[in-house]
Design a protein around this ligand. Sequence first.
Ligand SMILES: C[S@@+](CC[C@H](N)C(=O)[O-])C[C@H]1O[C@@H](n2cnc3c(N)ncnc32)[C@H](O)[C@@H]1O
Length: 243
Amino acid sequence: MPEYVDDDNPPEDTGIHHWETIAEVPEDVKKYWAQRYMIFSKYDRGIWMTEEAWFAVTPEPIANKIATHVAEAAPANKTTIIDAFAGVGGNAIAFAREGRWQQIFAIEKDPNVLECARQNAKVYGVEKKIFWIKGDCFDEINKRFSGRNDTVIFASPPWGGPGYNVDQVFNLSTMQPYSLDAIYKSFAKICNSLVLYLPRTSDLNQIAKYTPKGRKLEVSHYCLRGASKALCVYFGDFQFEGE
Ligand SMILES: C[S@@+](CC[C@H](N)C(=O)[O-])C[C@H]1O[C@@H](n2cnc3c(N)ncnc32)[C@H](O)[C@@H]1O
């Protein structure tokens, strides 16, 4: 029997679900559901998902590794982290569990997806450590964080759906619905520490164009079972071991 954190059942008619048996799972989601404990190790305790979230969520081991890297490498004066595209909470939960941050903000425009994130954070015991914002991240970040210099923005934007990996090299200038340039320009004017989570096949030449003169940009691949699943680009004064 699944071990629910409390009596929470997904609200009806919202597209939110907690599937317990493979018979409930749509055909195109089955391969993701089969990896549910890799995605959320506490899946059985009442994790909520939407159908699209199965394709989009950051798996827990990767979210944890990114959270460790960001915490270790961010400049000491950075005390707040903003998860701009929070989804169902994969990364926000990892940032909250990591423990470095005085404030964690999670922004998500889809109210049902945000409900999933809150529930999932509850499952992991960190719901109250996160400020939840329903809205457009470009507006919200502009409105709430302009003029602050203690923030890091983490952004895992949509990559255009599950078919994103058909091309050998992923074109970041046609990424849908927001291109690399649109994301970078919106956030870089507000915050000088930005971490972007992008497809593993992203065009590194396009990324390299954003390297400040005489400086380097850090790009890290994150792997599961020996294969890269995604990469992060670290823009700003992140300090990695061995540099
Ligand atoms: C790739 S998913 C994020 C997955 C997340 N890292 C996780 O682990 O669950 C991208 C999310 O961004 C949301 N989104 C898209 N545009 C947005 C915007 N302008 N502001 C806030 N959220 C947005 C989508 O609804 C989607 O849930």
